[in-house]
Design a protein. Structure first.
Length: 248
């Protein structure tokens, strides 16, 4: 893959890089993307209709089972070359921050030290009533209905942000700051359909940052990118780092 000299130079000169990712970064780890995820029993549902507080209130057992099914899918997933290349960036650039929409925890597993999880983490369980995080040691996946909170007896739910719920304020503020301050803002593996996360690349571009889009398909974010790299994250990122820092 050939990269524009201006792109390689922008990367080598960068002191601060932000990496905004979506489900496409985990696709090569075997985790279906959000748009493709609904298969088998779940094919009859749209994720947007299951990942909501209303759906959980209406049918807690069904929503709990959907997450148990997704946790099963993610259980054996390992970071792929794309995750590892992003972690590798930390050894080349003084400051790297990952802003992810993904809930699978794979960026941290790959060794990234600064990860903002805009939409939470599927491995956490919080109480739907009192909001406390509840660390249930035993495998809660084995049960078909949500376990109860030890503090208030409310129903536990996955620690993710559902549609119609606000993003964690501190996470959102930090992510917006990254879009304003990073020299280079990567946008990798996202269809840019979910707000307010999808506004970050636009914000970075409006602040004069160098936006680099990596996606096998075109998306609405292409318009805000100075460089569009058409390909898979697990292939493009290792090649890009090898070209930017050939000696190392
Ligand atoms: C909010 C956690 C306000 C849960 C997720 C109308 C009614 C109600 C709300 C809205 C509305 N219109 C807009 C909204 C706002 C809504 C929204 O955006 N809806 C969409 C559907 C239109 N947003 C919200 O509700 C947000 N909250 O607005 O709150 C508020 C404010 C104050 C007080 C109260 C409320 C909350 C949104 C968070 C939802 N939670 N996840 C869970 O996971 O179960 S979002 C979920 O979907 C994911 O986390 C992810 O963010 C998103 C999917 O997007 P992608 O990651 O981009 O994945 P996708 O499959 O779409 O695309 C994959 C891409 O990868 C593709 O482009 C593909 O080409 C590419 N790809 C494939 N393979 C590869 C690859 N790329 C690279 N390499 C590869 N190998
Ligand atoms: Zn509780």
């Amino acid at each position: 893959m050939d990269f524009a000299p201006e792109l390689l130079e922008a990367l080598r000169q960068a002191r601060h890089v932000a990496v905004f990712t979506g489900a496409g970064v985990s696709a090569e780890s075997g985790i279906p993307t959000f748009r493709d995820a609904q298969t088998g029993l779940w094919a009859q549902y749209r994720a947007e209709d299951l990942a909501t507080p209303d759906a959980f209130e209406r049918d807690p057992a069904m929503v709990w089972q959907w997450y148990a099914w997704r946790r099963e899918l993610m259980q054996s997933a390992q970071p792929n070359p794309g995750h590892r290349a992003i972690a590798e960036l930390e050894r080349r650039v003084p400051r790297v921050c990952v802003i992810t929409q993904n809930v699978d925890g794979l960026h941290r597993m790959a060794g990234c030290s600064d990860v903002i999880e805009l939409h939470g983490n599927i491995w956490d369980n919080v109480c739907f009533s009192c909001g406390r995080r509840v660390d249930r040691g035993e495998d809660v996946n084995a049960v078909d209905t949500p376990p109860r909170c030890p503090h208030c007896n409310g129903l536990l739910r996955p620690g993710v942000v559902w549609f119609g719920e606000a993003l964690p304020a501190e996470a959102w503020q930090r992510a917006a700051q990254e879009a304003e301050l990073a020299d280079v803002f990567f946008c990798i593996g996202t269809s840019s359909l979910v707000e307010p996360a999808a506004s970050l690349p636009r914000h970075a571009q409006s602040c004069g940052r160098t936006v680099i889009q990596i996606n096998p398909e075109s998306t609405g974010h292409d318009a805000f990118a100075r460089f569009v790299l058409r390909g898979k994250a697990g292939e493009v990122l290792p090649a890009l780092l090898a070209d930017a820092w050939p000696a190392c």
